[in-house]
Design a protein around this ligand. Sequence first.
Ligand code: NAD
Ligand code: LMR
Length: 340
Amino acid sequence: MRPSLLKSTAELLRRSRGYASSANPERKVAILGAAGGIGQPLSLLMKLNPLVSSLSLYDIAGTPGVAADVSHINSPALVKGFMGDDQLGEALEGSDIVIIPAGVPRKPGMTRDDLFNINAGIVKALCTAIAKHCPNALVNMISNPVNSTVPIAAEVFKKAGTYDEKKLFGVTTLDVVRAKTFYAGKAGVPVTEVNVPVVGGHAGITILPLFSQATPASNSLSQEDIEALTKRTQDGGTEVVEAKAGKGSATLSMAYAGAVFADACLKGLNGVPDIVECSFVQSTVTELPFFASKVRLGKNGVEEVLGLGELNDFEKKGLESLKVELKSSIDKGIKFAHGS
Ligand SMILES: NC(=O)c1ccc[n+]([C@@H]2O[C@H](COP(=O)([O-])OP(=O)(O)OC[C@H]3O[C@@H](n4cnc5c(N)ncnc54)[C@H](O)[C@@H]3O)[C@@H](O)[C@H]2O)c1
Ligand SMILES: O=C(O)C[C@H](O)C(=O)O
């Protein structure tokens, strides 16, 4: 058969199964930590995403059940479950996007940094496997502390010779989701129309929502309101940890946020123009090597890291105060990855 004929037959076959088209090519998404509190609803949401043709669910335990369950949903993605170290390579092979919600969550009284001792090792091992089995995949890092796990991933990839700064993302979408919800409620504007950039990092004061740039703009909010909204966004994770009273941290809203971000990455990969999301990426926006800001996504991952825009005095002060903590979390991750 002529190659052109082969190609069009394959295309026809794919279309008849409803899995892909030339505008939406086959895309494999792997979720590491798929049986967890975030992993399960995120697996469900990614199974519902029409841009996903293959969904690979990996965890150290429990994935056969999650995969069997999710696989019965009549959407196009083919689902496979993988469990344990022996199956990690196969789970990752050929992935376009790897989403990592593997690791322990906070309990009341803990900071995200208190998770470092356990999660740093988990992330390091998983990223070592990514470098080996799918070095070109976009990596969406959810595991906390994001301010340190992203630098760890970067160092692991550098050591393996596979680092591409365009392909590594700390998922900070939940901060944006929260800022939008809280702002809409206070300003009395339709939540679905709201946009608020959130910059910096993903822990406490390193989370800096830029309400001066929120749209639709509101002139009904006082400075006191803005400061309260800022604090609530920064403490949003803790609000959930305390409400869950020892049963973990945000899982459902995080799964939603993770699915929104992965969908944006898929659209970027598929060449959809003007896909912009906030994310914690390698950056020159400030003097810090990693920073969350608006990022334009494209066929290779990060197409452009966008600047901060104009900040008011309150935001400028917030930016200066977050730098010390953010730098120390980044340095801690880098140091860990180097084994010191
Ligand atoms: N970035 C964010 O905005 C954000 C939001 C919420 C939670 N988180 C973080 O996400 C992580 C997961 O939270 P959760 O509530 O789903 O926790 P969870 O304990 O419910 O689930 C974690 C899953 O990871 C799995 N796991 C552990 N080690 C693994 C390994 N080596 N390989 C693969 N899987 C492994 C566990 O078996 C478990 O199923 C936590 O670190 C949490 O702090 C981040
Ligand atoms: O707060 C946490 O520990 C989880 C997550 O980072 C969040 O923002 O909800």
